[in-house]
Design a protein around this ligand. Structure first.
Ligand code: ATP
Ligand code: MG
Length: 419
């Protein structure tokens, strides 16, 4: 991608409305643009990050047998009247009327729809477990949208719904999702802390939140120190709770850490609440009706994009971990009028584009602006091509995180990324 052709409206201005660093950097780097309170448009850099995170999620969910679907974002109110949640959900739900005066809503979550799809098609216990997931926009009319996309009203979520024949099987599914979530967050480069959660309005018997450690987080966490180095099997049983659930008695004798966290994911196992209320059953081997044990599993993808920035930034801008970065590498031509620079840039850009996602800054702007934008946008590797080095046949490779700069030939830099 040539920057001259790329829509990334970067800015030096510090947006007054942005209280936390991720919100400021997302606006300044041109990732998002505000539409209304808690509602944002995602610009190319932002979309690329959402796509990177989504791809990791899909790979890991597919591995555990989840099937990707895409539910409609608009649902008929009838489904929620059936489950009994239509009135209970309250003002967070955006309610809509169609031209025939029918009642609809914009999905705040999709348990009802998943249960509806399930009951139409799955008839026998032999087809269980069934596991559907989607990546789709949600709307919740939050009382206090804030911190940009961190607590938005419209946001992107991965949500999954599982149906098992009995509790033991549902528990196995839950454990698989738990491990899959830990892998997802670690692959993105984050340190997740799974905490036992309150199952809230959804009601149920097992629930974990996945918190990402960050000073700007809205949750206060107490967790055993050894949690950060525990194996996946140990993790589910270690002590980790949020402030609301903290009970000093149960923490006696444990070496605890206290940190602020951002809730990036939330999983529940809630039994037959929806399968029963919506009459979603299958027949067992004796031909008797059984109501599947359900679970639901969410990851806030747009919130996660912001959480990554909270975890990885410095005074100059974002420092993307490779797995979530909008591009793998950026090539900066510091002098677009210098023939050697132009040639080296074009050679490196062409070669790298065969195997990597490359943003090539070919804009005719000052060196200072170009370097500042590269640090602001935060692509992990910068290949800097200036006239002096180009004259002796070398370029500089800068690591955005460490700031380390190494001088090398064009061939060497190409080899580093393609091998
Ligand atoms: P919170 O306690 O932060 O309101 P929640 O318990 O309402 O979250 P869930 O219904 O479990 O959230 O949704 C799954 C995930 O969706 C959350 O873990 C979070 O990452 C994300 N999420 C929820 N609400 C928002 C929001 N308003 N803006 C952005 N992401 C959100
Ligand atoms: Mg909420």
């Amino acid at each position: 991608m040539l920057f001259s052709n790329f829509f990334a409206p970067t800015s030096k201005e510090i947006p007054a409305e942005a209280k936390i660093v991720s919100h400021r950097l997302m606006l300044r780097s041109g990732m998002i643009s505000r539409t209304a309170s808690g509602i944002y448009s995602w610009l190319p850099l932002g979309v690329r990050v959402l796509d990177k995170i989504s791809k990791i999620i899909c790979e890991e969910q597919d591995k555990i047998g989840a099937n990707r679907v895409c539910f409609s974002t608009i649902q008929p109110a009838d489904l929620w009247i059936e489950s009994g949640r239509y009135d209970a959900y309250g003002k967070e739900m955006l309610r809509l009327k169609d031209r025939k005066d029918g009642d609809f809503l914009y999905s705040p979550t999709n348990e009802e729809q998943a249960t509806d799809v399930f009951r139409r098609y799955v008839k026998s216990y032999r087809e269980l477990p069934t596991f559907l997931y989607q990546i789709n926009w949600k709307f919740r009319d939050e009382i206090r949208p804030r911190f940009g996309v961190m607590r938005g009203r419209e946001f992107l979520m991965k949500d999954g719904y599982s149906f098992d024949a009995d509790f033991e099987s549902a528990k196995r599914t839950y454990e698989k999702v738990f491990k899959s979530y830990m892998t997802i967050f670690r692959r993105i480069g984050l340190t997740p802390v799974p905490v036992r959660a309150d199952s809230g309005a959804i009601g149920g018997n097992m629930s974990h939140e996945f918190q990402i450690l960050a000073d700007s987080g809205e949750s206060t966490l107490y967790y055993e120190k050894k949690l950060l180095s525990a194996s996946d099997d140990e993790l589910m049983n270690l002590f980790a709770v949020s402030e609301e659930k903290y009970d000093p008695a149960s923490a006696v004798g444990k070496e605890l850490s206290v940190s602020k966290g951002i809730e990036a994911g939330h999983i529940f196992c809630f039994g037959t609440k929806y399968s029963k209320s919506m009459n979603a059953f299958v027949l067992n081997e004796k031909g008797e009706k059984i109501f599947p044990e359900m679970g639901s599993y969410g990851i806030g993808i747009s919130r996660l994009a912001a959480a990554v920035i909270e975890a990885f930034h410095d005074d100059r801008g974002i420092i993307w971990p490779e797995a979530a970065a909008p591009f793998d590498v950026t090539v900066l031509n510091l002098n677009t009028k210098n023939e050697r620079c132009v040639n080296a840039t074009s050679e490196i850009y062409k070669a790298l584009s065969s195997g990597k996602e490359v943003l090539c800054d070919d804009r005719d702007i000052s060196v200072g602006e170009k370097l500042a934008d590269a640090d602001l946008i935060g692509i992990p590797h910068q290949i800097i091509i200036g006239p002096q080095k180009a004259a002796v046949g070398t370029v500089e490779l800068k690591n955005r995180r460490t700031g380390e700069i190494r001088e090398m030939s064009s061939d060497e830099v190409i080899g580093r990324f393609l091998n």
